[in-house]
Design a protein around this ligand. Structure first.
Ligand code: NAP
Length: 379
C-alpha cells in the first residue's frame, strides 16, 4: 500500500487553470520516482477568490480555511484582486488569517534562463518579505468618506497636520513584535543554511518610525547572535548590513554577487521580488512560500495574468518550483531536488514558453502544457 501525502490545492483565477493542468503530473511523477513508488499524492481541491465566489457564493469558504488548518500546507495558484474598488485581496487575507508572517522568494539563475545581465550566474538571492504588516494590512479610507473626514479632522485638531479635504488615507503599521519575530526567523534560516549575508532593505531615511524602526529592530535581533553574525567583515560569519530601498534596486543589477539574503518590509519585498525575477527571465520562473509557525502556503510570485487565461501559453515554472519548495518543507528534499533538476534540464535544452523564448535567439516557444509534459518526460 502506498503511503498518501495529502496536499490541499487551490487552482486560482486567470491562468491558474493552465498552470495547474501543466504541473500536477510533474509533482505526482517526482514523488513516485523519489520514493520508489512508496508514496503517492492525494490532492484535495479547495476554492478561494473569484472561482470560489462562482462555485460556492463565498470568496473564502470555511472548508478552505479548515482544510488548510488540518493539513498545515497548501499550494495555490494566483488570485485576482480588483484594482481601486471591489473586494480586498484574498491572497493577503490568507496570509493574515494563518499568520504566514514570512514570505520567501528565492531568485537563482540557472543555465538556459535568459537575462539582461552580463553575468547572470552571479544572481542568487532570497528575498524575504514580512507578510502581515505595512501598507498591506489594507487599513485605508476612501477620500470623502465619513471615516476619512473624521481622521483628517483629528489630524488637524490634535496633530496640527493639515491635509486637503479630498485626501484618501492609508495607515502603514510596522511593529516591534512583528519585525522581531520575522527578523529572528530569517536570521535563523541564514545561520542554519550557512548563508553569506543578510541585508535589511528599508526607506528609513524618509519613513523613520516605520521603515527606520524596522531596520533598528532587525539590528537588535542580529546583535543577539554574536557568534554567527558580524557587522564588519569577520571571516566565517554572516555579514549583516542594510541598504536604502532605492539604492538596493540599483545594487541588485550592478553588484548582485555582493548580496545574498534580502530582509524586507512587506511593500519593499513585493516590489523587489518582481525586479529580482526580471534578472533571471521574469515572473514565469519566480517561486514563493508564505510561512508561519503552524502553516505554510506555497504560491508563485506572479499574479493571475488574466490576458493569457485559457490560452495554454503561460510559463508554469514558477508554480512548479513553488511545489518543489513545498516538498522540501514537508521533509521530502529528494522530491524537491528531482523537480528542480528536471525543470533546469528542460529549460537548459531550450524548451521554453513564450516569456523566455522572446528573450532568447532562435527558440520556438512551446505551450504551457507541452512544457509540463516535457518535464514529466525528463523525470
Ligand atoms: P501578473 O498577473 O503577475 O502579470 C504581469 C505580467 O507578468 C504578465 O502580463 C506577464 O508579462 C508576466 N507574467 C506573469 N505570470 C507569468 C507567467 N506564469 N509566465 C510568464 N509571464 C508571466 O500581474 P498583474 O497583471 O499586475 O496582476 C493580475 C492580477 O493578479 C491582479 O488582480 C493582481 O491583484 C493579482 N495578483 C495576484 C497575486 C497572487 O495571487 N499572489 C500576486 C500578484 C498579483 P507579459 O505581459 O510581458 O507577457
Amino acid at each position: 500500500m502506498k503511503e498518501k501525502i495529502t496536499i490541499p490545492y487551490i487552482v486560482g483565477d486567470g491562468t491558474g487553470e493552465d498552470i495547474w493542468n501543466a504541473s500536477h503530473e510533474i509533482f505526482e511523477e517526482a514523488v513516485q520516482k523519489a520514493t520508489k513508488g512508496e508514496k503517492g499524492i492525494e490532492w484535495v481541491e479547495l476554492h478561494a477568490g473569484q472561482k470560489a465566489l462562482d462555485v460556492t457564493g463565498e470568496l473564502l469558504p470555511e472548508k478552505t480555511i479548515k482544510t488548510i488548518e488540518e493539513y498545515k500546507v497548501a499550494i495555490k495558484g494566483p488570485l485576482t484582486t480588483p484594482v481601486g474598488g471591489g473586494f480586498r485581496s484574498i491572497n493577503v487575507y490568507l496570509r493574515q488569517i494563518f499568520d504566514l508572517y514570512v514570505c520567501m522568494r528565492p531568485v537563482r539563475y540557472f543555465n538556459g534562463l535568459p537575462s539582461p545581465m552580463k553575468t547572470p550566474e552571479k544572481v542568487n538571492f532570497i528575498v524575504f518579505r514580512e507578510n502581515t504588516e505595512d501598507l498591506y494590512r489594507g487599513i485605508e479610507w476612501k477620500e470623502g468618506t465619513p471615516e476619512a473626514q473624521s481622521l483628517i479632522q483629528f489630524l488637524k485638531d490634535t496633530m496640527k497636520t493639515d491635509l486637503p479635504e479630498s485626501t484618501g488615507l492609508g495607515i502603514k503599521p510596522i511593529s516591534r513584535a512583528g519585525t522581531v519575530r520575522f527578523a529572528r526567523w530569517v536570521i535563523d534560516y541564514a545561520i542554519k543554511n550557512k548563508r553569506r549575508s543578510v541585508t535589511v532593505v528599508h526607506k528609513g531615511n524618509i519613513m523613520k518610525y516605520t521603515e527606520g524602526a524596522f531596520k533598528e529592530y532587525a539590528y537588535e535581533v542580529a546583535k543577539g547572535f554574536p557568534e554567527e553574525i558580524t557587522f564588519d567583515a569577520d571571516k566565517g560569519k554572516i555579514v549583516f548590513n542594510d541598504r536604502i530601498a532605492d539604492n538596493m534596486f540599483m545594487q541588485i543589477i550592478l553588484r548582485p554577487d555582493e548580496y545574498d539574503i534580502l530582509l524586507c518590509p512587506n511593500l519593499n519585498g513585493d516590489y523587489l521580488s518582481d525586479a529580482c525575477a526580471a534578472l533571471i527571465g521574469g515572473l514565469g520562473v519566480a517561486p514563493g512560500a508564505n510561512i508561519g509557525d503552524r502553516i505554510a502556503v506555497f504560491e508563485p510570485t506572479h499574479g493571475s495574468a488574466p490576458k493569457y487565461a485559457g490560452k495554454d501559453v503561460i510559463n508554469p515554472t514558477s508554480f512548479i518550483l513553488s511545489g518543489a519548495m513545498l516538498f522540501h518543507h514537508i521533509g521530502l528534499p529528494g522530491v524537491s531536488a528531482l523537480i528542480e533538476k528536471a525543470v533546469e534540464k528542460t529549460i537548459g535544452d531550450g524548451i521554453v514558453t513564450y516569456d523566455l523564448a522572446r528573450q532568447l535567439a532562435n527558440v520556438t516557444p512551446v505551450k504551457c502544457s507541452e512544457f509540463g509534459k516535457q518535464v514529466v518526460k525528463v523525470l
